[in-house]
Ligand binder design. Sequence first.
Ligand SMILES: Cc1ncc(COP(=O)(O)O)c(C=O)c1O
Length: 384
Amino acid sequence: MNATRNIPFARPWIEDAERQAVLEVLQGNILTHGPQCKGFEEDFARFLGDDAHCVSMSSCMAALHMAYYHFGFGPGDEVIVPAMTHVATVHAVELVGARPVFVDCEPATGNLDPVRVAAAVTARTRAIGLVHFLGIPCRMSEIMAIAERHGLKVIEDCALAVGSRYDGRHAALFGDAGCFSFYPVKHITTGEGGMLVSRHKEVAASVARQRAFGVDRSHAERKVPGMYDVVELGLNYRMSELQAALGRQQMRKVDEILRRRAANFDRLRMGLAGLADIRILDGAGPAASSHYCLSIVLGGGRAGRRAEVIEKLNALGVGTSIYYPQPVPRMTYYRQKYPYDATAYPEAARISDCSVALPVGPHLGLEDMDYIASAVRTVLEGLK
Ligand SMILES: Cc1ncc(COP(=O)(O)O)c(C=O)c1O
């Protein structure tokens, strides 16, 4: 097979409508916490449906930090977190001084294994900080049952979960807060940006103050310009009007983005059918994925040859990525801080060490999926 295409792993989908919207903000005088942010929060809440209350933030990391800060967790508290996730899921716990307790994942989805979550609960556990891995929803009925049994808060990392639903309900609307990312390679982008979502109105209202220094009234609510009071401790984690204007335009395409991703994912999965020694991470039953990418986990004799597989796919013009490069407890910061047992997270280690993430984004079409499938076949079948 010769390289006849050049397929990037991800590419933001920005058109004239987005450029125009940002220019219009620049032509006005309100550059932050104005009508675009409010409109973006409303658009996003409408898309999520049910009882979503949205607060725009400067990033998903900021939203996660804010969630743990808001609920008042700190030293002496434990939070159950996945070993297989982006480090932001865990840094947020660490930043407030609570202790992350790592739990291994299920092999089929890469998500927190509810049986292991139940076994990790102690008298000090205050929360479960889960991730919907690659946009595949966690088994929320089981996880929420554990949380309710032990009186735990649930913080959902929804960075890749725009469009992820479990039993018809959107991710972020099960627990106490859910945090989205609008980083360039995500489902929709604002450059940098995030959204904290809660089904509890009072949580969203309080977070909206805390992400803006803890001031008691917005600019629009100030009778005397410049006059406000500060009622609690806060940060500046706001989104700008430029970002929100971009995000609102992206939301107009979100259904099309999700449709393309789903169609690409299905086509690629079909193209890979029957290939020996690979497992495709995916949701099943009530878990409807947002199809961030299609991750294959190499098994058998191919498990140790991931570097070679990636190199050959890239040489054929297929862009790849790795989600995520190490189980978080194996990363230097965490390994140095907490006792590390190399055998404790075998499933997370397998995904980190043996998986390849393939692109299914809206920048690609079905012919690209057919090409990727042929390339994967050629590379895997050609391994001596
Ligand atoms: C699961 C997960 N959580 C959090 C983040 C951090 O998002 P942000 O860059 O918006 O802070 C990422 C980024 O890739 C992620 O994949």
